[in-house]
Structures are given as C-alpha cells and as structure tokens.
Design a protein around this ligand. Structure first.
Ligand code: NAD
Ligand code: TYD
Length: 352
C-alpha cells in the first residue's frame, strides 16, 4: 500500500514526507516538478528510504500521472503541488493557472480513471485530499468573525483565485463523479524549509545579511500563523477520519500583525545571534510600497476539525517561532543554496 503526494519537495510537502516516513506509515511516492520552490535537498535524508519514491514530473502531465497511479496503486493522493507565492502571481499569473488549475484538473481526471478501476472496497477507502488555503475566502475586517467552511469564496489575488478554482473543481468531482475527495483550507504556515521569499524566512535571511526588512504598507495586516508540523498533523487527521466531500479549515489561533511577526523575529535574533554592533535587528525594518490588492486580515475558525476530528495545534506561536529562527540559524547552507541564481533576480525585480 502506498500514498501519492504531489509537490512534496516544497515547504509543506517536505515537512509532511519527513514526518510520515519517521512514523512507519505506508510507502510514499512524491511527484514534483522541482520549480524554484521545490528543493530535492529537503528530502536528502530520506532519498534512500525503502518506503520513498521520487518522480520528477508535472501534475499536468496526464500520461505520467496515469503511469504512476497504475504502477504504485495508491490508496490516497495528497495534492500539495502549486505555485504558492502571492507576489509572484501579481507579476504573472499564467504559471498559477497552469499548475493550480490545469494541473489539479488533470490530477483529478487521471485519479477518477484510476479510481473507477479499483474494486468496491478500495474505491470506498480511497481518498483524494486537496491542500488549499484560507486566502480563497478573501479579506476580513478587524471585527468580522473568523472564516468558517461556509464563508463565501472571494479570492482577491491571482494566486487565491487559482486556488479557489482548484477547490471548485475538487468539489465538482465529488458531486458529479462521486470521487471521495477532502479539501483543507489552511492559514499561513511557517517553519523549517520555507522558501525565503515568504515573510518569515525572508526577514530572517535579510536580517542576517544586514539587508532591509521590507514591510508592505503599514504592517497592520493580520495573518493567522500555524507551525508547519501542525498543518501536517491536521492533514493526517483529515486523511484518516475526514468525511468525503467535506471541507476542513485549519488554523493556528495566532492572529498577528505583520509588524508583530517581524518584531518577534528581530527579538529572537537579538537573543540568539546578536548583531556585531549590539543594536537590534529592528533597526533594519523599512516600510515599503504596499502589495496591490493586499488582503487586510485572515482568521480561521477551526472548530469543525477540532470538534469532529479532535485536532488541535500543538505549537504555540512563541515555541514555533523559536524553533523556526533556530532552524534557519542552524541551516545557513540550505539558505545559501536556495538563495542563489533565480532567487536573486526575483528579489531585485520585486523589491526594486
Ligand atoms: P511551495 O511553493 O513551497 O511548494 C510547492 C511545490 O510544488 C514545490 O516543490 C514545486 O516544485 C511543486 N510544484 C509546482 N508546480 C508543480 C507541478 N506542475 N507539478 C508538480 N509539482 C509542482 O508551497 P507550500 O508552501 O509547500 O504549499 C503547499 C500547498 O499548500 C500549496 O497548494 C499551497 O497553496 C497550500 N498552502 C500553503 C500555505 C502556506 O502558508 N505556505 C498555507 C495554506 C495552504
Ligand atoms: P507571505 O509570506 O507572502 O504570505 P501571504 O501573502 O500568502 O499571506 O506574506 C505574509 C504577509 O506579509 C502578507 O500580509 C504580506 C506581508 N509581507 C511583507 O510585508 N513584506 C514582504 O517582503 C513579504 C514577502 C510579505
């Protein structure tokens, strides 16, 4: 028995695979296109693991996906593969449509063909879990209640619009074709192996490089931060006990403004890796032009997954942030490798 994971060389997928293989669970097959965000080094420690297979490929490649399904006969698929960075989607949306929408559609269609060939028991046990984001729900005002699973879809960025489209396709394959799908909509993740274009690793990296810490607009935008391994445990929980056709919101109960997040990083670095001049990293903060269409606030109501499936996050913001900053300090080589080439030209273009 095996499960198929897509996009497993990225931030969340890699954390998921590393934990999965450490827990004596079924074998895992990982298909990843290895875009700039996918890093095979993330999985170096399990590359030779008997229960791990890596396939370099695109989820939009129908022949390849069918061949993997036939060969490995997975009992579940977890779809992490995506273009995931809002700022990149503002510079150009076509890759987002190609992977997040066309790729997911292809995966669904090939999965449906495969699923139809399983026997009745296997069909019933099979799951297609689609990993999505809270950003599909749009933006909240300060006093609005947090997003529940029935909140209307109001995506505001090309990234969130592409994820919303993929969520709708997943839903349609359940209602139209009976494919046993599950969808999770999670808040902002942070932790080891996150590509340093996203706020927290970018700020850690820039701080240590003596570079400005760019805060968009007034820095009062709010995100609900969840430590990545808590997201992974929620996915395992939904995979095991979620009801086909259902949607589960996942969140950390950690609403913070961007400025609070950046100040937390600075405080931790001041303690763990003080600047040579003894001054605070906070001096490197710079307020820069706001992101176009910047969503003001995201907040997740995670009561459904908590009451129905018994999941709660383990990590507090304080403990998760300490682990994260320490991981980046201990893994400077990883950061060096991923911040060469393409990364530098992206930063130059975006923050110009
Ligand atoms: P990431 O950008 O770090 O990784 C994405 C991975 O997908 C990379 O390894 C990349 O190579 C791979 N990939 C891209 N296009 C592909 C294709 N066509 N075929 C195969 N592989 C492809 O993203 P992440 O932060 O790990 O996010 C994973 C999933 O979780 C995404 O679907 C994202 O929308 C969702 N999500 C992320 C967050 C977050 O805070 N990072 C929060 C909620 C939901
Ligand atoms: P990000 O990590 O890109 O995640 P998302 O846009 O999916 O929420 O950004 C988190 C927040 O931080 C978001 O409100 C944008 C803001 N931000 C900055 O202020 N400066 C930056 O350089 C980046 C990358 C993000």
């Amino acid at each position: 028995m095996a499960i198929l994971v897509t996009g497993g060389a990225g931030f969340i997928g890699a954390n998921f695979i590393l934990e999965w293989l450490g827990n004596d669970l079924p074998a895992i097959v990982n298909i990843d296109k290895l875009t700039y965000a996918g890093n095979i080094d993330n999985l170096a420690t399990v590359a030779e693991h008997a229960d791990y297979t890596f396939v370099h490929g695109d989820i939009a490649d129908g022949e390849l996906v069918s061949q993997i399904l036939t060969q490995h006969q997975p009992s579940a698929i977890i779809n992490f593969a995506a273009e995931s960075h809002v700022d990149r989607s503002i510079h150009g949306a076509s890759e987002f449509i190609q992977t997040n929408v066309v790729g997911t559609l292809n995966l669904l269609e090939k999965t449906r063909e495969y699923w139809l060939g399983l026997d009745a028991n296997e069909q019933q046990r099979f799951r297609f879990l689609h990993v999505s984001t809270d950003e599909v729900y749009g933006s909240l005002h300060t006093d609005d209640p947090a997003f529940t699973e029935s909140h209307p879809y109001q995506p505001n960025s090309p990234y969130s619009a592409s994820k919303a489209a993929s969520d709708h396709l997943v839903r349609a394959y359940f209602h139209t074709h009976g494919l046993p799908v599950l969808t999770t909509n999670c808040s902002n993740n942070y932790g080891p192996y996150q590509f340093p274009e996203k706020l927290i690793p970018l700020v850690i990296h820039n701080a240590l490089q003596g570079q400005p810490l760019p805060i968009y607009g007034d820095g009062q935008q709010i995100r609900d931060w969840l430590f990545v391994t808590d997201h992974c445990s929620a996915i395992r929980c939904v995979l095991e006990a979620g009801e086909p056709g259902e949607v589960y919101n996942i969140g950390g109960l950690n609403e913070k403004t961007n400025l609070q997040v950046v100040n937390t990083v600075c405080d931790l670095l001041d303690e763990l890796e003080p600047r040579a001049d003894g001054k605070s990293y906070g001096r490197q903060i710079e307020f820069v032009k706001d992101r176009p269409g910047h969503d003001r606030r995201y907040a997740i109501d995670a009561s459904k997954i908590e009451t129905e499936l018994g999941w709660t996050p383990r990590e507090s913001f304080e403990s998760g942030m300490l682990k994260t900053v320490q991981w980046y300090l201990d893994n400077a080589k990883w950061v060096d490798r991923v911040t060469s080439g393409d990364y530098r030209s992206w930063v130059a273009r975006h923050y110009a």
